[in-house]
Design a protein around this ligand. Structure first.
Ligand SMILES: C[S@@+](CC[C@H](N)C(=O)[O-])C[C@H]1O[C@@H](n2cnc3c(N)ncnc32)[C@H](O)[C@@H]1O
Length: 419
């Protein structure tokens, strides 16, 4: 369903009832959504509060299951993509992260443009548009030379068994050499994406000994402490087996049509590694919908959490860190987002949309959704409202009123704008 008219979008949101079972077609009932009006910079803004998507929905495609700090659930972009665009429309994410919006748009037969200042984003996203047959991955893995005596230039012994480390090093050397000579093909890129994702984690499905979940690599010193406390030493893990197993999982539930859609979107994808404020490669009035989530102030350390992933991919983590937007003061953050919105206004089609997700920070003393409303208006957009997805939403929650209900966890706030 695609609703381009703001009145139709308003009534869709007001009467939405999530159909848990199918998750494909929602049902509708007047007044199903809790709404209220808040005043932001002297303007009345509608808030739509409901469980618009949920973890209980039919599971999202497993191809998304690559972890990344502060990623959103695929159901979030899916909700806005199906509501606001048609197949073939151009969908954009200026802060693409692990690529949730680009991949969901591709799965749904939309064209894609994406950007992220961190080169890891591209490394994690692009290969998943070109879904391989696990047999090819197995064959390729067998051809990658293994040099048993290889050791990293930095001490990684707190994470890896020496033999696992040599396997990781062999793979890293192969990938970096092929990258340099421009001969890294789609299978190599797939293997690089999976290996990057498997470097560290909290189960035997990762190359490392038990550590924090994979989107957050701890420092070597912290890992030594974890090992001491748990009385553990890194066991041998077969990198080939792990890469192959994860490959099978990622591709397992894709339909032929989805593989075809992804491929078509992948062939024409425009993936930029740069600052969201300045994207001259994207044409004026070209994007139908942007679905995105920016860094929230300085809450997440995107480069520090990714130091091992950066190392594996030959990326200078400190260099990236200096460019990533990480601003503790709301005023400074707002200035950067203002520039982002001017750029979004330029590239958005007349009648096109921006769904801008912001979280709750500093124990709700800062409401970034309310900060973003005037930012979008200043850029020239109109604000349709704030969509609050509350996974605690139930009929009885209604009677507690909005402020109580917002105390529920897992709340996403999406400010919806139209050009
Ligand atoms: C909240 S995460 C996005 C997560 C994404 N929605 C997902 O599902 O993976 C924010 C992203 O913004 C990127 N970023 C930070 N500052 C940026 C900037 N100035 N321009 C572009 N990207 C930036 C970070 O590298 C990070 O990947």
């Amino acid at each position: 369903m695609s609703q381009r008219d703001p009145a139709a979008v308003d009534s869709y949101l007001r009467s939405f009832i999530l159909d848990d079972e199918s998750s494909v077609q929602p049902t509708f009932k007047e007044g199903a959504t809790l709404t209220d009006t808040i005043s932001v910079s002297g303007k009345s803004i509608t808030r739509y509060i409901n469980e618009f998507w949920t973890a209980r929905q039919r599971q999202a495609a497993r191809i998304h299951e690559v972890s990344y700090r502060a990623c959103f659930k695929p159901q979030l972009p899916k909700f806005f993509i199906t509501l606001l665009t048609e197949p073939g429309d151009l969908v954009y994410d200026p802060f693409a992260g692990r690529g949730t919006t680009p991949l969901e748009a591709g799965l749904l037969g939309r064209r894609v443009v994406a950007n992220d200042i961190n080169p890891l984003s591209r490394i994690l996203t692009i290969p998943r548009f070109f879904v391989p047959d696990p047999k090819e991955v197995k064959e390729r893995l067998q051809t990658i030379p293994f040099t048993p005596e290889l050791k990293a230039e930095r001490d990684l012994s707190m994470f890896y068994h020496p033999e696992t480390e040599a396997e990781i090093l062999s793979l890293r050397t192969y990938l970096l050499e092929h990258e340099q000579t421009g001969s890294l093909d789609r299978l190599d890129q797939w293997i690089r994406m999976v290996a990057t994702n498997r470097l560290t984690g909290h189960s035997p499905g990762f190359f490392s000994v038990y550590t924090l979940p994979p989107n957050q690599a701890v420092s070597p010193d912290r890992q030594k402490k974890i090992n001491e406390t748990r009385g553990q030493q890194p066991p041998y893990r077969s990198t080939r087996d792990i890469i192959l197993k994860k490959t099978r999982n990622l591709v397992k539930d894709l339909t032929g049509q989805e593989i075809k859609n992804l491929h078509e979107a992948g062939v024409s994808i425009h993936f930029i590694t740069g600052d969201a404020r300045n994207t001259p490669a994207i044409g004026d009035n070209s994007v139908t919908l942007t679905v995105t989530s920016p860094p929230f102030l300085d809450i997440v350390q995107y480069s520090a959490d990714n130091w091992l992933r950066c190392w594996f991919n030959g990326i200078d983590e400190e260099e990236i860190s200096s460019h990533i937007t990480k601003l503790p003061r709301v005023d400074d953050w707002t200035d950067v987002m203002q520039d982002v919105f001017h750029e979004l206004f330029r590239i958005t089609k007349p009648g096109g949309w921006v769904a801008f997700e912001v979280g709750e920070v500093r124990n709700r003393t800062v409401m970034l959704d309310e900060v973003i409303v005037p930012v979008g208006l200043n850029a020239g957009f109109s604000c349709i409202g704030i969509v609050v997805n509350s996974q605690k939403f139930t009929k009885t929650a209604n009677i507690w009123g909005v402020s109580n209900m917002e105390i529920g966890t897992n709340t996403n706030r999406i400010v919806l704008f139209q050009k």
